[in-house]
Design a binder for this molecule. Structure first.
Ligand SMILES: [Zn+2]
Length: 200
């Protein structure tokens, strides 16, 4: 039977939501080697406050370049995960590797791994452009806890990550700007996502 895109999405959605993405199935602990992998990617578990510590260090050592460094880190991570983790998992479920499929499963997956509650209703599912909201974003909460409320949006890593992720999926150049941030007094973090020739 040929599965339509809609059925495929329903299947993957069901798998992820019912099993809370069943993250455990993708995690492997090799206690002999002392290695931990998620989807075959060597990983470690770190506390979210480490991100706030990184913010502090980057600002202290690099000044105004600090946020750019954190965004660059996020972008590279997003790009790697798009190609290695997302592409691989979409293939495993026989799903197409595109913005629509990734966005359909993104909220369930990232909620399961503790990044926050992602809301994609403001995003164009075909192009990836629009407004993405994250409630309880881990980066904002970490900054709030360690450093207190800030004047400007703080989720540099997540901003870069989204750019890298969408870019890695589509091969296009995306621009992502955090327009509201919980660490800067907003109710949630909001990211404006566009494609085009704008330089970053
Ligand atoms: Zn934020």
């Amino acid at each position: 039977m040929q599965l339509t895109e809609k059925i495929k999405l329903a299947i993957i959605k069901g798998v992820f939501e019912r099993g809370i993405f069943d993250a455990k199935r993708l995690m492997e602990i090799d206690s002999k080697k002392g290695e931990f992998t998620i989807s075959g990617i060597r990983s470690i578990i770190v506390g979210t406050l480490d991100f706030a510590v990184l913010h502090e260090a980057a600002e202290k050592l690099a000044g105004n370049a600090g946020p750019a460094i954190l965004r660059a880190q996020g972008e590279k991570v997003g790009r790697i995960e798009a190609r290695k983790a997302w592409r691989k998992n979409m293939k495993r479920f026989n799903l197409s590797f595109d913005v629509r499929t990734v966005l359909s499963t993104l909220p369930a997956i990232y909620a399961a791994v503790g990044w926050g509650k992602i809301i994609t209703t403001g995003i164009n599912m075909k192009t990836g452009e629009g407004t993405l909201i994250i409630r309880n974003c881990f980066e904002a909460d970490a900054i709030l806890e360690l450093r207190g409320e800030k004047e400007k949006p703080q989720c540099y890593f997540v901003t870069g990550y989204l750019k890298g992720l969408f870019g890695g999926i589509t091969g296009k150049k995306f621009q992502v700007t955090e327009t509201k941030c919980k660490a800067a007094g907003a109710e949630y973090c909001e990211f404006k996502i566009t494609t085009g020739r704008e330089s970053v």
